[in-house]
Design a protein around this ligand. Structure first.
Ligand SMILES: Nc1ncnc2c1ncn2[C@@H]1O[C@H](COP(=O)(O)OP(=O)(O)OP(=O)(O)O)[C@@H](O)[C@H]1O
Ligand SMILES: [Mg+2]
Length: 365
């Protein structure tokens, strides 16, 4: 589609704002991103961490105080947004209410002086692509939220952008439609092969759509990797707790041989292979135990004893709250059929899927 697929580099970019309450704040601080051609990269983080600010600098809506933005190796830091060849999809859609669907989509082509015969065919082509063929003459107010978001998507891709940018595009939709639309956005991005940066605070959405996720906190990048990297090898407590549910179980390194740590926790010993740099024998640690890494067997088996403190039957899975000698743990079991649910108060023995465990320092870093 149009230009050859290009990569995007965000090179040490910072942005300060003077804030009436907080004074001078860094909305983004030395942010570095290297987005490969055709890659789907997501910025993930809590409210106020700098996702929108970073995306707006890539778009050219905001000028960085420091650092550079490059598209396909070309420095675009000084270029205005309309010279960068970007498509931007906003959270609130930002459609023109007085224009029809077709005219909303055509707008970007008309300002680029595309010949009108070509405008018609390109608008028809993208409306078909987003599943809105036949909606040409509707006005935005006559569309559902999901349909409006499709128009916004059509409007972003009709100009054949070099880079596609999304800022929380699904947050105004209900849960079921969010799941459907995220799959459609992902499929469309794959088909078009456009380099994409996507912003969300929803970790599940990030995991579902992205090739790679960049986790931000307080204006900075804290970790980047695939969904599996972040989930299984979180670099710190922030990532461990932000990406998925987790138990951080206090423990101590009894032994460390050949990169495998023997860790005592909850009155038992586990062997952990994922040992962060700088952890040594005798250190206090926290063991990253995901809910599905806790196995439940009959009371009296070998292993730590616990009781079921709470349970929630969620259809395909059952979530348990456990009490293990005063420590609260969350566990999950996939439903194997009726009669599988353990009642509150049930005694159980715990075992751990050791290959799924990871370690963090014990001091809250
Ligand atoms: N124009 C502005 N003037 C002053 N402060 C701003 C401005 N824009 C953003 N900020 C501040 O910069 C920080 C980052 O804001 P940003 O909008 O990038 O966060 P975000 O990660 O997109 O959050 P959310 O998930 O809530 O959209 C916040 O502390 C915010 O208050
Ligand atoms: Mg935002």
């Amino acid at each position: 589609m149009g230009d050859a697929t290009i990569g995007v580099q965000v090179d040490g970019v910072s942005k300060r704002f003077s804030h009436r309450v907080k004074g001078e704040v860094y909305a983004a601080r030395e942010v570095r991103l290297d987005v490969a051609p055709g890659e789907f990269l997501t910025l993930l983080g809590p409210s106020g961490c700098g996702k929108t600010t970073t995306l707006r600098m890539v778009a050219g809506f905001e000028k960085p105080d420091e650092g550079a933005i490059r598209f396909g190796g070309e420095d675009v830091t000084a270029l205005p947004a309309n010279g960068r060849g970007i498509g931007f999809v906003f959270q609130n859609y930002a459609l023109f209410p007085h224009l029809t669907v077709a005219d909303n989509v055509a707008y970007g082509l008309e300002v680029r002086r595309v010949p009108s015969a070509e405008v018609g065919s390109r608008v028809a082509e993208v409306l078909k692509l987003v599943g809105l063929a036949g909606y040409e003459h509707q006005f935005p107010a006559q569309l559902s939220g999901g349909e409006q978001q499709r128009v916004a998507l059509a409007r972003a891709i009709v100009i054949r952008p070099r880079v596609l940018l999304f800022d929380e595009p699904l947050s105004n939709l209900d849960a079921r439609l969010r799941v459907q639309m995220r799959t459609e956005i992902r499929d469309l991005q794959r088909r078009l092969g456009i380099t994409t940066i996507y912003v969300t605070h929803d970790q599940e959405e990030a995991m579902a759509v992205s090739d790679r996720i960049v986790v931000m906190n307080q204006g900075r990048v804290v970790q980047e990797g695939t969904a599996q990297d972040l989930y299984h090898r979180p670099a710190n407590e922030f990532v461990a707790t932000f990406v998925g549910r987790v138990n951080l179980v206090p423990g101590r390194i009894d032994d460390l041989v050949g990169g495998v740590a023997s860790v005592s926790m909850l009155g038992t010993t586990v062997e952990v292979r994922s040992v962060a740099h700088g952890i040594a024998r005798g250190d206090a640690v926290r063991v990253v135990v995901r809910p599905e890494a806790i196995g439940l067997s009959a009371a009296g088996s070998e292993g730590p004893s616990a009781t079921v403190a709470s349970h929630a039957f969620l259809g395909e899975k059952i979530e348990y709250g456990l009490d293990c000698g005063g420590a609260a743990l969350q566990a999950v079991r996939y439903n194997a059929g009726p009669g599988e649910v353990l009642p509150d108060g049930a005694p159980v023995t715990l075992n751990f899927a050791e290959e799924a465990l990871a370690l963090l320092p014990g001091d809250g870093r």
